[in-house]
Ligand binder design. Structure first.
Ligand SMILES: NC(=O)c1ccc[n+]([C@@H]2O[C@H](COP(=O)([O-])OP(=O)(O)OC[C@H]3O[C@@H](n4cnc5c(N)ncnc54)[C@H](O)[C@@H]3O)[C@@H](O)[C@H]2O)c1
Ligand SMILES: [Zn+2]
Length: 359
């Protein structure tokens, strides 16, 4: 079992990481809450595996459970779904002490977190991430929110959970493609912060694909540690938290121009490749480092090329990203494995070449 503590001015909570947390979640949550009821927000795929054991555990600890099933997929990450959660919980007359538990991937966590932040001006929020991406990324850092027709994550709030329970045993039922997409964020964390961690990925990333429970526990704990350190240093993204966007300015644009046919992690993989090729072209990163990055992404089963998209459309999408300031595209670029810099002065021609390098 690993416990990572998050300590920021104004809040502090633990992220518990191990296999087998779902069946004992009731007791853990009871130690933090005297409420009579608990709401569980989840989607139907996750519910089919884990809603019954979680409900049993909560009931054994004296909670009456209010399950709220929401639609899965990005389309369900909407204000309509938030409204559905409000309707269901307000009709049951929940009060400010009723914990709202998000059981699922990043979509469930983001929507449920935003509902928790706003319902009755805030109810206790508990994250139970069930995808690798949600464990190492979405459930850490307090960002919650939903999409708008204009773009992803356009509406939201910073809202911290009371506790995070990351049961790595739930990863055994996660589809392979989703697991690989989560590995993209793990690879990202090591490229931006931890050369040693990157070496370990090179030694044994296959253990993640084989769902080795010990390896997954260590991997999640290592990645949560990196994200927590970055977020603690800059909780509201005024500076270095932007390093977490490595691969994402390209990646978000790839998601958009491919009409979201590729998963977020797959687009981040392509985005990290584009940013690494760009760094090499600018003479900032060695060809050997780029080859190592490419090899690890490939071993994780992530795409590194074969992207046939219009360069003009990608550049236009990059410009519409909400992180663009003064019309200058801001990019996070590695100058060695384990370290990145923020650049806002990269010529369009170099950005275009980097996009075309993925063909
Ligand atoms: N808040 C943040 O800081 C933050 C950070 C990164 C990503 N995100 C958001 O996270 C979302 C993506 O999250 P995701 O990749 O977890 O996708 P997701 O929530 O859609 O989950 C992926 C799929 O796997 C299924 N699933 C989840 N857990 C399962 C399990 N254990 N067994 C079987 N099936 C399971 C889900 O039903 C879904 O179909 C995006 O909307 C993204 O914007 C948020
Ligand atoms: Zn991401």
């Amino acid at each position: 079992m690993a416990i990572v503590m998050v300590n920021s001015p104004g809040f502090s909570y633990g992220i518990n990481i191990r296999g087998g947390l779902v069946p004992i979640a009731g007791a853990t949550i009871r130690s933090l809450s005297s409420a009579g009821r608990a709401a569980v927000v989840t989607d139907s795929s996750v519910a089919s595996h884990y809603l019954t054991p979680l409900t049993a555990s909560l009931e054994a600890s004296g909670f009456e459970v209010i399950p709220v099933l929401i639609p899965g997929g990005e389309a369900g990450k909407s204000l309509d779904t938030v409204s559905l959660i409000y309707d269901r919980l307000l009709s049951r007359r929940v009060d400010r002490n009723t914990p709202l538990i998000a059981l699922g991937g990043g979509i469930v966590g983001d929507v449920a977190g935003f509902a928790a932040a706003t319902l009755l001006r805030g109810v206790p929020f508990i994250q139970m991430p069930t995808t690798l991406l949600a464990m190492v990324d979405a459930s850490v850092g307090g960002k919650t929110g939903v999409n708008h027709a204009v773009g992803k994550n356009m509406i939201g709030a910073f809202y911290q959970p009371t506790v995070v329970l990351a049961d790595v045993a739930t990863l055994t039922t996660l589809p392979d493609r989703e697991l690989r997409a989560g590995l993209a964020e793990c690879i990202k964390h090591d490229i931006i912060r931890d050369a040693e961690g990157f070496n370990r990925l090179e030694q044994s990333i296959e253990r993640a694909l084989n769902r080795d429970a010990d390896y997954l526990t260590q991997l999640v704990a290592h990645n949560v540690n990196i994200k927590v350190r970055v977020v603690e240093a800059d909780p509201y993204e005024h500076g270095e938290r932007a390093h977490l966007n490595f691969g994402h300015t390209f990646g978000h644009a790839f998601e958009k121009v491919t009409d979201f046919r590729l998963l977020h992690g797959e687009c981040v993989s392509l985005g990290m490749m584009a940013a690494s090729n760009l760094a090499r072209d600018l003479g900032m990163l060695s060809g050997a480092a780029v080859a190592r990055i490419k090899a690890v992404l490939q071993r994780a089963g992530l795409p590194v090329s074969g992207l046939d998209v219009s360069t003009d459309e990608v550049v236009a999408a990059m410009r519409s990203d909400k992180k663009v300031a003064n019309d200058r595209i801001r990019l996070i670029v590695p100058d060695r494995i384990g370290h990145v810099v923020t650049r806002q002065d990269i010529p369009d021609a170099a950005i275009r070449t980097a996009i075309e390098s993925l063909r």
